[in-house]
Ligand binder design. Structure first.
Ligand SMILES: NC(=O)C1=CN([C@@H]2O[C@H](COP(=O)(O)OP(=O)(O)OC[C@H]3O[C@@H](n4cnc5c(N)ncnc54)[C@H](OP(=O)(O)O)[C@@H]3O)[C@@H](O)[C@H]2O)C=CC1
Ligand SMILES: CC(C)(CO)C(=O)C(=O)O
Length: 338
């Protein structure tokens, strides 16, 4: 009988819940999903899934706290599937959130998240654990607590982030195992890619540029293409800068990729996830999606003036969200600043 992998899902929103459904459908994984704002709704009514890939129900078991494997004397998790929004500038960060569930030297952490350098804090916190890079090419949204609309096929590209403390063969074996359990449903495309860094930069080309431009202007991608000027003045210059930075970092984007990315999503008045988040008053993933490529540019001596301005604006927007959520306080009046 095939061995069943013990999987913990942290981040049971759009991408994570679809991942849990897919793993459960395949029969090679048993998934425990950690829920937060949707816990009450799902405990009462279950998930409500409208999916282009999955017709039948395959619910994970749910809980509303991060398991502490030692204190609760639990079987170690083979994989933790992390699909939170990665908000690097707000505590608790991903490594702080998952720490009680990680068994050193055993648990493989699969980061199914957008952005660059997201593995670095994880490798620092869990030096003897394999960290996988998952680039999700999927369209999914949590329309209300526990209700997921999944309207673009799940294509997941997986490979190890290079953890210098662990032999590459061990990291690759973990990635292959993940691909096996994720592919078992037969409903999705899941591929092992040893050069996942390239794929991550290629996806960043969309996210760093469209997500940022739409978040700042509050205009969706279709309107931008109709108006054209936001593409010419903002999105294309940003994309060209990301191409320059990725090339200097060792990832040469193919000819024509900028025009392809500008037109990649359907004319459906699409709002990228960062724009959806700012409209909901949520934190945005700007540090990994914009801040990290900008820091790479500065390190490598690549000019990125548009990206720098965009980063400054996003950081300002995030400050306001922090203020709205009570994370920062203003000094009392009268002010005696410079
Ligand atoms: N949606 C999409 O189509 C795509 C998304 N991505 C990327 O995938 C990642 C996930 O995105 P997406 O699924 O859309 O995000 P969602 O906002 O839909 O889901 C994130 C989930 O994480 C939960 N969460 C956050 N922090 C914690 C915590 N400390 N403990 C428990 N749960 C927590 C949230 O709970 P709560 O509701 O309580 O905040 C929410 O349920 C992101 O990096 C995104 O950029 C990539 C490709 C496509
Ligand atoms: C555009 C999309 C859905 C790409 O798959 C994305 O990654 C985002 O909105 O952040």
């Amino acid at each position: 009988m095939a061995e069943i992998s013990n999987v913990l899902l942290v981040g049971s929103g759009a991408v994570g819940t679809m991942g849990a459904y897919n793993l459960e459908s395949g029969g090679l994984a048993s998934v425990t999903a950690v829920l937060r704002s949707n816990y009450a709704a799902v405990s009462s009514n279950g998930f409500n899934i409208t999916s282009m890939d999955h017709a039948s129900r395959a619910d994970p078991s749910v809980r509303n706290t991060i398991p502490d494997v030692v204190k609760e004397n639990l079987k170690p998790f083979d994989f933790i599937f992390v699909a939170t929004k990665n908000i690097a500038d707000v505590h608790p960060t991903v490594s702080e959130i998952i720490a009680p569930a990680v068994t050193p030297g055993h648990t493989t952490v699969a980061l199914i998240q957008n952005g660059l350098n997201i593995e670095k804090p994880l490798i620092a916190a869990f030096p003897n654990n394999t960290i996988l890079s998952g680039v999700a090419l999927i369209g999914a949204t949590e329309t209300q607590p526990g209700s997921i609309l999944h309207d673009d096929h799940d294509h997941l590209i997986i490979g190890p982030f290079d953890n210098p403390n662990i032999p590459l063969a061990v990291q690759l074996a973990a990635a292959k195992k993940f691909v096996e359990i994720y592919s078992a449903s037969g409903k999705v495309d899941c591929e092992l890619n040893e050069n996942v860094g390239f794929v991550r930069w290629r996806k960043l080309l969309y996210n760093a540029c469209y997500n940022s431009a739409c978040t700042i202007t509050r205009m969706d991608t279709t309107r931008m293409r109709i108006v054209k000027q936001p593409i010419d003045d903002l999105v294309r210059p940003l994309m060209l800068e990301i191409c320059d930075i990725s090339k200097a970092a060792g990832y040469q984007m193919p000819d024509g990729i900028v025009e392809t990315m500008i037109n990649v999503d359907p004319w459906s008045f699409f709002k990228p996830s960062m724009q959806q988040d700012i409209e909901k008053g949520n934190f945005i993933e700007f540090e990994n999606i914009v801040g990290e490529p900008l820091r790479e540019a500065e390190k490598l001596g690549v000019p990125a003036p548009t990206l720098k301005v965009v980063y400054g604006i996003l950081k300002t927007l995030q400050w306001t969200t922090k203020e709205n959520k009570g994370l920062v306080t203003l000094p009392q009046l009268p002010l005696t600043g410079a």
